[in-house]
Write a protein that binds this ligand. Structure first.
Ligand code: NI
Length: 260
């Protein structure tokens, strides 16, 4: 089982990392993708990937911080991407729920990330909240990018457009929440070969852990819910989502490089 979107690069884990990793291994986690949200967390994701054989890094700057992003930051990400085990660019995208950065700036920085990913031939981890139309418009303009819509919360209609474009859809703790029938209906209708599971830890702990800081071991609750929605076994969903994630981030290729 792979947690396709974690933030063990968050300072929250600095003191508890070894226990969290032991619990992840005990839960059957075989891979963790740590995703950057600013420059320091992107460096930390790379550091963790170099330290743990089964961890991988995605580097980028979250739309919350778009206002502070300069050309130099994009250059720095480009250089960091060469340091090995960087499997994607993100998380990037648009967040109109919090609107922490001006929308025009969010769009600009999102496009800069998409261009960077194209130059590096890497897939993109997209964060989109209350910004479905603009996210879709930008991704249509950048049709060559391969993306995963992380912690998907949009409509089925929009998801179907993303699927037609070849993108992937990832679900996190919210599909286990009591009042999440809408997201569950969407999740039940995503083809199995396009699904990922993730925690987005330390955020969004699933039921029955809700209210606690989240951790990769608990991605199992997301897997359980998805298995139920698709009427397959939990082992099947773990295997399918792991294969999807490995294919998307080309993890096999990196493993071969590591052996060489
Ligand atoms: Ni995240």
């Amino acid at each position: 089982m792979i947690d396709s979107h974690a933030h063990l690069n968050d300072p929250h884990y600095d003191q508890i990392l070894s226990e969290v990793i032991i619990r992840a291994e005990q839960a059957g986690i075989e891979g963790i993708i740590n995703v950057g949200y600013d420059i320091p967390s992107s460096y930390r994701a790379v550091e963790l990937a170099n330290e743990y054989e089964w961890m991988y890094a995605v580097i980028g700057i979250h739309p919350h911080y778009a206002e502070q992003v300069s050309e130099a930051d994009i250059k720095e990400l480009e250089q960091l991407a060469e340091q090995g085990k960087v499997v994607g660019i993100g998380e990037t995208g648009l967040d109109y729920y919090y609107d922490n950065s001006p929308r025009e700036q969010q769009k600009l920085v999102f496009c800069q990330h998409l261009e960077l990913a194209k130059r590096l031939d890497l897939p993109v981890v997209v964060h989109s909240r209350d910004a479905a139309k603009d996210t879709l418009d930008i991704l249509k303009e950048h049709a060559k990018n391969r993306c995963v819509l992380h912690c998907y919360s949009g409509s089925l209609e929009t998801a179907e457009i993303y699927l037609d474009m070849g993108h992937y859809i990832s679900f996190a703790g919210p599909i286990t929440f009591k009042n999440a029938n809408k997201i569950r209906r969407v999740a039940a209708n995503i083809p199995l070969d396009r699904l990922f599971i993730e925690t987005d830890c330390p955020y969004l702990a699933p039921v029955p852990k809700r209210g606690n800081p989240n951790e990769p071991a608990w991605v199992v609750y997301v897997a359980e819910k998805l298995a139920e929605l698709h009427d397959i076994t939990i082992d099947e969903i773990k295997t399918i989502t792991m294969e999807n994630t490995r294919r998307f981030f080309r993890i096999e290729m990196i493993e071969e490089m590591m052996v060489d």
